[in-house]
Design a protein around this ligand. Sequence first.
Ligand SMILES: Cc1ncc(COP(=O)(O)O)c(C=O)c1O
Length: 500
Amino acid sequence: MWGNFKRFPEQESYRIEDKVWVALEVVVENSAYTFAKLLASIYKAKKLQMEKLRYERPIIKKLNTGFINKFGTQTKNEVVSNLEGVGVKELIKQYGSPLFVVSEKQIRRNYQNATRVFRTRYPKIQFAWSYKTNYLNAICKIFHQEGSWAEVVSGFEYEKAIGNGVPGNRIIFNGPDKTDEQLITAARNNSLIHIDHFDELHALIKLSEDYDLKPRVAIRVNMDTGIYPKWDRFGFNYENGQAWNAITRIIKSDNLNLVGLHCHIGTFMLETTAYAIAASKLCELAWDIREKHGITIQYLDLGGGFPSTNTLKGSYLPGTDTLPTIDQFADAITEVILRFGFSKEELPLLILETGRALIDDAGFLLGTVLANKRLSDGRSAMVLDIGVNTLFTAFWYDHKVTPAQEGGQYTEETVLYGPLCMNIDIIRENISLPLMKKGDHLVVHKVGAYNMTQWMQFITLRPNIVLLDQESHPHLIRQAETLKYLEQVEKIPQHLLKNP
Ligand SMILES: Cc1ncc(COP(=O)(O)O)c(C=O)c1O
């Protein structure tokens, strides 16, 4: 066979028919060749005609396909070349690289699933979108269209919620930093003010007297839920009686209207039992308030904290295989409240401020390979145009990263660096990837939560963000930053205006 090929020099202009003919000749000459081999020859001939084969540098590697490797998962070589039918290459061509892409379909799916899961277990449910998780207006509006209230932790987030058309009485105002003006506005708008500390409580009592306000309030309660270190820097402590003191002060005030109890026990929580403990402690407080003061608590707000399916750094197995589902969290919380003994009329509304679990898997970050390197110890390394300034969650997660085009069949353990001239700029310390060349694209998965709010302009500017609507049409929802945008808030003192 190879003799036949040798008769014809390998050149680009060599016609496909000739290649096929050669392959057929080979079969006739050598009856031991199977039909499959014939197909392989045709395929090879076609490939030769269509494109020059890429050079793959040789590597020595133990093959382990089909077996469990030391991380417990199969070595898979998954290519993601499109998102909901829209080509990665085309998106990058149109909007640049790197590029955040958010799926509206996935957000709605997540929200509808979460509400279904809780509603099927408990009759009174309300979600409040945690603005800090992702406060792009287009994203918030999707959640509000689905029926979500807003949960905000700062004055500007509050204004954003109002701007997004959320009625004041559907905004939950959390956080330790609320100015007097913000408290007055929130009280006038009938928002739910969650008090964080005694200074805030005193300020609100005084403001309500001075301005004749009747604010609807709750306290944030921190507690021992069996998770250590304890999250006790926000709110009033349950175990040492602080929470009860705050409750009593509110009830004894003339103007404050105690309507709820709130906690947010942590984030990316792995233990459903922690929520059962939290729910039971809030129920106890609500019960005692009714017993001692005759006041019915209207809602219990269990905060956020359910994990997304990302893989935490240092985890032995991937998040998808190990984390509790939202159903399990719902079981833990609702069983406690339902069994606590509240009458049907007094059953509190259950509010959830779920953030990352509702949006992480709806976000993707597309990027491009800038360079391949070999490190001094022989490890393979790739430099990407995605830095930790853009992908903040690279500090917490081993994000799934997939090539956006077919590559070679062999994979190699590789370090993924970002483009920043900073040693900390590492996207993945060690990931098994096929060889990719400069200009190839890749997709980082599950980046919808906390990146588009915690990202920073540092060395590189923040990129475009595109929303794929329910018909997969792309919409630019935040423009890439420019130097002009960046410098518009800078001022140069007069004496420095003259150039050297
Ligand atoms: C008060 C409050 N509610 C809700 C959330 C959302 O948390 P998660 O994204 O973990 O669900 C946070 C985030 O830290 C928070 O501080």
